[in-house]
Design a protein around this ligand. Sequence first.
Ligand code: SF4
Length: 329
Amino acid sequence: MTIKVGIPGSLLYYLYYPMWRTFFNELGVQVVTSGKTTKNILDQGTREALADACVPIKLFYGHVMDIKEQVDYLYIPRVVCLNGKTVYCPKFLGLPDMIRYSIENVPPIIDVRMDTRQGRFALVKAYLAIGKILGAPKSLVLRAYVKAVGILYRYNRLLRKGWSPVAAMNFLDNQVGGTDFDGPLKPSLKFAVLGYPYAIYDSFISVNLIDKLMKYGVKVITAENIHPTLLALQKNCNLPKRLFWTLSDRALKAAHYLFNQNKIDGVLHLTAFGCGPDSLLNRLIEMEAKKHSNIPFMTLMIDEQTGDAGMTTRLEAFVDMVRRRKEVH
Ligand code: SF4
């Protein structure tokens, strides 16, 4: 019987799902994912998670609840560091334990530690450990890993061409179609949308932020669309040392790069209620925004109660203001 591994459709799903799925499929393992967030998934997550958890973690709980009965294993790696420098937010480090000890009847969790500070071959070893849990021979695991890395490379190239994760995943699946962030209208404005991938690309929790902007004729650019070398050139963003947390560091670097390029008409920062790192990150982005007062900036906070009407009103007002400013100047 084919082994089934569940990958919750949240958190690092938006950055690594094509790689992870390829790896498991190459081992002959069937991947089950929870897909798009729904109200039911969010409600389940809110019920199961600790009350003071951030919204994305609550959402992750909901995605786990959605698939836990259908799979033999859940894949929740303990992702610590993937670039040898910065670490993921502490919630990522404790994620497998949080799920294991707070949700009843969860299947065994594949929770290998991924920390590239432990040596050049740390990731290969982590994937070999996954293969061992699934009983796959070493040679097959190595072949699957190489193929998975190749898919990740192609996925990231599509994102850098300006594609959204959903469009890039569709393209990798079907080799046809695909769209970038351009909407039905020819874009007349260009906005940077900053924030964590699992907030901005989740159409439910972001209340369709990106689709709405495209509908208003706004071209969207996110940190994932920028080449990592350009982000690395931002060094520590005028801080004595870089931010510790990988995704916060990336968002701050993207903010610095995009503000200083001066080729965007507006910047939105989508921040999640209950996020510790964001209390610092949002302040740092605001400080950078103040140095570029010619580029309008707005912070949008999401929580499990965020409603469509409130988000639409704020966005429409912001887009109108930016458009009028642009016409005047
Ligand atoms: S970075 Fe913030 S939003 Fe993301 S998991 Fe950590 S606390 Fe939650």
